[in-house]
Design a protein around this ligand. Sequence first.
Ligand SMILES: Nc1nc2c(c(=O)[nH]1)N[C@H]1C(S)=C(S)[C@@H](COP(=O)(O)OP(=O)(O)OC[C@H]3O[C@@H](n4cnc5c(=O)[nH]c(N)nc54)[C@H](O)[C@@H]3O)O[C@H]1N2
Ligand SMILES: Nc1nc2c(c(=O)[nH]1)N[C@H]1C(S)=C(S)[C@@H](COP(=O)(O)OP(=O)(O)OC[C@H]3O[C@@H](n4cnc5c(=O)[nH]c(N)nc54)[C@H](O)[C@@H]3O)O[C@H]1N2
Ligand SMILES: [Mo]
Length: 766
Amino acid sequence: MDKDIKRNISLTGDTQFTGLRLKEPMHTAAGLLGVTEALRHSFKEMGIAKSMKALLEMNQEDGFRCPSCAWPVPEHPSKIAEYCENGAKALADEATKEQIGADFFAQHSVEELSQLSDYELNKLGRVVEPLVLKPNSVHYEPIAWTKAFELISEELHRLNDPNEAIFYTSGRSSNEAAFLYGMFARAFGTNNMPDCSNMCHESSGVALSETLGIGKGSVTLDDFYGAEVILVVGQNPGTNHPRMLSALEKCKKNGGKIISINPLAETGLVHFKNPQSVSDMLGSGQAMADIHLPVKINEDIALAKLILKKLVALDAKKSNVLDHEFIVDHVDGYDALLQDLARYHNEALQRRTGVSMRKIDQAVQLLAENSKIIVCWAMGLTQHKNAVQCIQEYVNILLLKGAIGKPFAGTCPVRGHSNVQGDRSVGIMHYVNQTLNKKIKEHLKFDPPTKPGFDTVDAIKAMHDGHAKVFICLGGNFLMAASDTAYTAKAVQQCNLTVQISTKLNRSHLVTGQTALLLPTFGRSEKDEKNGTLQFLTMESSTGKVRQSKGLLKPASEHIKSEPEIIALMAHTYFKGNHPMDWHALGQDYNLIRGYIDKTVKGFENTSKRSKGFGYYLPNNVRERNFRMLPNGKAQLTFNTLPDHQLKKDELLLMTIRSHDQFNTTIYGLNDRYRGIHNERRVVFMNQEDMDKRKLQKLDVVNLHSLYDGIKRTAEQFLVVPYDIPKGNMAAYFPETNMLVPYNHFADKSHTPISKSIRVTVEKVT
Ligand SMILES: Nc1nc2c(c(=O)[nH]1)N[C@H]1C(S)=C(S)[C@@H](COP(=O)(O)OP(=O)(O)OC[C@H]3O[C@@H](n4cnc5c(=O)[nH]c(N)nc54)[C@H](O)[C@@H]3O)O[C@H]1N2
Ligand SMILES: Nc1nc2c(c(=O)[nH]1)N[C@H]1C(S)=C(S)[C@@H](COP(=O)(O)OP(=O)(O)OC[C@H]3O[C@@H](n4cnc5c(=O)[nH]c(N)nc54)[C@H](O)[C@@H]3O)O[C@H]1N2
Ligand SMILES: [Mo]
């Protein structure tokens, strides 16, 4: 193949300002405005009849799971609105009437399309037929499905080593599709299975496996309702998990208290109106967080240590502050932890946090007096160099309080993508799981590879250095989600073939290998019938519950295929019938896939039946206080050190966050109304004092630079917005700022990029 072709593709698209209007940040989340906003969005994208039909089925017993976040659905969902504004937006986005096919791509080259912003690309609509971008061409053209699978098969057969292929997964898939995909990668011969979770909750998985013996959270939804204290750390539920607010509200109604630990006073945590409650809708809503600790970016270890020290000191004065019985029976490392804590000084810790001692004492008081405690967290903890340690420091608090493995208490890493947890459960992983491998040999009758594969960071490097040649993606937008956009683009462009199984157009379809395939697939809300039988899929929520999902809308086109069918045909074409698994049949009847899942994956038994209705919980050792798999058979306390960012005088720490109008790299709109931002994404939130020091005024235009290992990276064109954010900290939206995140700086042990604490300087553009 000719290696010389260089398509002229823009990595940013249009960066012109869109016309910022600033308002005051809002104090009330959800409520009537939330649902009206949701419906307005759905009606515009999908039409009224289709919207109502679909919304009424979303998250209902026999309906489909919301394609947005992974928050669990209650046993008795509301019949009118078991969805939130952002769930409705996600549905409207996938069920849109807009479509693009071969004619569109004949008219518009990938070079031309790359000039559009991510927002404009997504608005173009659903991709409705399989397309190929040939070497030396800048136009996608139609390709028959059979030809597409043959092309993939040829490229895979041509590789010198199976480890030259990479199989990426985004978390919107189903257990069935993810299982088939993971097993195809293994049957092909590689564990190169990076997934979006590497950029997301991988740090939680590592932190929890080491300390509690399972890489998942331990609480159920019902635990929220009876908790006495819930800590919401580094998470913005009002935007990213709106249905979680109902659970927090129920906890408060039952007398529980909420503590928010976050550099920003995020709207859903300050005030909240429940759209399902008439009295709330008419009144002013609830004050959600009882205490807000505005911790500086990445100073959670200092804060948690100070809390631990204060709890230990109180425990010395009066009994029952710590749960000594639990500690003696189940916890390893108590004396050593106490010795370690003694090395730190309260005032020094407090200064680092930036939070007043008075507020910290209020939080300590609540934690001292109660023991049914849940800690929830998301990206504010997982995306730092010391992310694993940050999480483990909060686990220390739970362990000393005995708030583990009993009702109304425990860990809750709040997952992002709707099935990211299920994907991992059924086999999407870059490491080797011996138990799973044994089962694969026994039931799938092939020998899985025993060498660990690439995670996201390693995959980018391998492609960049020419060690990987075929890159297949089950959903997602790898280019824009990964860090270091320019480096990642170069990596992907080194490949011979890139394959995207997608619903909608994104920049990963434009920045491609020599040859690229765009294989259009069903969205979650679409009806999947095979040979006259209605198929269903299953997903696992953030709390480890497996449930069915049945789409009901007519698929966007008769030329698109479901994810399981695409994967099955890819494998069938590759093996040409020469494999112990009947791949073709698996793509036609998902009960057959579930049959295999039941046999090979721990905890999944009789899934086709048990996943009906409200589904079933997977086993969880923490819920049973079983720590046999850990050293000394006990849960592990950890000693975590304070970070040293070695900030230069003019550097600030930048966190890259989500606006209210996006789902990761999918941009629904240009507003972030809770934070008072309208019609613009290119903004940077700064503390007024940091602005004054740099002689910056509101709405000044700035460029942001990061400097790591002597390499300067720049994100251009941002408007300065003064905001209530701790001194020394800044925030801007992801993915516009991903080019600032160096590919080789990531969390110890988990490799999650440092997207929440990037050292950055601000340059005023004159
Ligand atoms: N509508 C919508 N829903 C989504 C998504 C979406 O994009 N849109 N994305 C989904 C996905 S994949 C995920 S992973 C989740 C993400 O959900 P979140 O983690 O809530 O998303 P982020 O916007 O990254 O917000 C991080 C929060 O952490 C805070 N934070 C940042 N740094 C620190 C720190 O050092 N310490 C503390 N204590 N807090 C900090 C920020 O102020 C912010 O409130 O949401 C999921 N749900
Ligand atoms: N700087 C910075 N970077 C980050 C983050 C951050 O906070 N800051 N967050 C990280 C996190 S938490 C995550 S999870 C990753 C997200 O990384 P990804 O999961 O790779 O990205 P998404 O934006 O969720 O993927 C969107 C695309 O998925 C496709 N899609 C949508 N629905 C379906 C479906 O049902 N099936 C298929 N096959 N395709 C579908 C559409 O084509 C859409 O354009 O980004 C990470 N990157
Ligand atoms: Mo995520």
